[in-house]
Design a protein around this ligand. Structure first.
Ligand code: SF4
Ligand code: ZN
Ligand code: ZN
Length: 371
């Protein structure tokens, strides 16, 4: 005998992972969308008239985010302008394919799209970075560069806010990872629904309380066009351990994901705990708690053939760099690293292209949007 939907007379076709309720498709869609609307309203995420960039990778989270945001913006009249913003890390066989999905989404949802690439911003693609650093620390480079790339793209488009598809599972994993690392600064901000209000562009997570399984279910029943292949350079072992641990917890306690997020939100920190002071990078102007931002340090390491410069304890690499520079001065030789070091043309006009350009604050042109 068919099971009835818990909300209407229709037949149930699914069981919600979040609540265990059995539902028909339409009631699930409505519940899923309105819970996100509730998160947006209670978190006070948008103001009428704002331009909001959806960080779009072509994956399930950002595809569902773009679809639901367009729908809710129309249904509840938020009065915001949505644009899609993608980062091309330069990963052949992965990002090139997923960007094709974003381009189709652009047509399907009729939203403007801007793509910024690592190659164009930093002079390095991830393919080239992996060739130099191998597969151990590649995600450190990629994560740091992506964060800046999204901000740079967003500034180029003069958007007011960026929204990302981070879901409840991602946030719970991040809480656990930060507890295990003892990273107080990140632990403090990782459950915030809006970050970056202290200098960088604000970033919001409308899926903060949305379960990954429900996002997949929604995309599946709605037949949304998304890309589901894993990155070919994805070791990300540490996050993988946190994910496995949370899955084990969920088997014992189904509410584990939300409980972890709530625990993260409820943490209080002693006043004496020193937090990093935000300033700006003296090289590129990006927000940084150090004189030079992490992206510029990593880039310097790549350009000088010392990729470990920005990873872990850099003292040995710093010594190597000082020695190389001393030798170059004595010999009067100019290898690539000294060319870069002595390159004092203004950023952007330099032929070496391998400098982190200062943040671009110009007004957008029509060609910044591909329709
Ligand atoms: Fe970048 Fe690592 Fe993610 Fe691949 S798995 S896209 S290299 S951060
Ligand atoms: Zn129903
Ligand atoms: Zn910098």
């Amino acid at each position: 005998m068919p099971v009835k939907c818990c909300l209407c007379d229709g037949s149930a076709v699914l069981k919600r992972p979040k609540t265990g309720d059995v539902m028909c498709k339409d009631c699930f869609y409505h519940a899923f969308e309105e819970e996100i609307h509730h998160t947006i309203v209670t978190g006070n995420l948008f103001t009428r008239g704002e331009v909001v960039a959806v960080g779009a990778s072509g994956g399930k989270d950002s595809t569902v985010l773009a679809y639901v945001m367009k729908l809710l913006n129309e249904r509840h009249d938020y009065g915001i302008k949505l644009v899609l913003l993608s980062v091309d890390e330069g990963i052949t066989g992965y990002r090139d394919d997923s960007l094709e999905t974003v381009k189709r989404n652009q047509q399907q949802y009729d939203l403007p799209l801007k793509i910024v690439s690592y190659e164009e911003l930093y002079g390095w693609s991830m393919d080239a970075i992996v060739k130099q650093v191998g597969l151990k620390n590649n995600c450190t480079f990629c994560g740091v560069f992506r964060r800046q790339a999204l901000d740079r793209g967003a500034m180029l488009l003069k958007v007011d806010k960026i929204i990302t598809g981070h879901n409840a599972d991602d946030i719970a994993e991040t809480v656990i990872m930060n507890v295990l690392r003892g990273d107080i600064a990140r632990l403090r901000r990782c459950t915030a629904i809006t970050t970056g209000t202290d200098g960088a562009l604000p970033r919001c997570k409308p899926f903060k309380y949305t379960y990954e399984k429900e996002i997949v279910m929604y995309a599946y029943f709605k037949k949304l066009d998304y890309f589901s292949t894993e990155c070919i350079y994805s070791p990300n072992a540490y996050r993988g351990h946190a994910r496995t641990y949370i899955k084990d917890l969920e088997a014992i306690r189904p509410s584990a994901i939300i409980d972890i997020i709530h625990s993260g939100e409820s943490l209080s920190f002693k006043k004496e705990v020193k937090m990093p002071v935000q300033g700006t990078c003296k090289s590129c102007g990006y927000i940084s708690s150090n004189p030079v931002c992490k992206a510029c340090v990593l880039l310097e390491g790549l350009n000088k053939g010392l990729p470990r410069l920005g990873i872990g304890k850099p003292s040995r690499e710093r010594r190597k760099l000082a020695k190389m520079e001393e030798e170059a001065t004595i010999n009067g030789s100019a290898n690539e690293s000294t060319v870069l070091k002595s390159c004092n043309k203004s950023h952007g006009s330099c032929d070496c292209k391998k400098t982190n350009k200062p943040l671009d604050r110009r007004k957008p042109n029509a060609e910044d949007f591909e329709f």
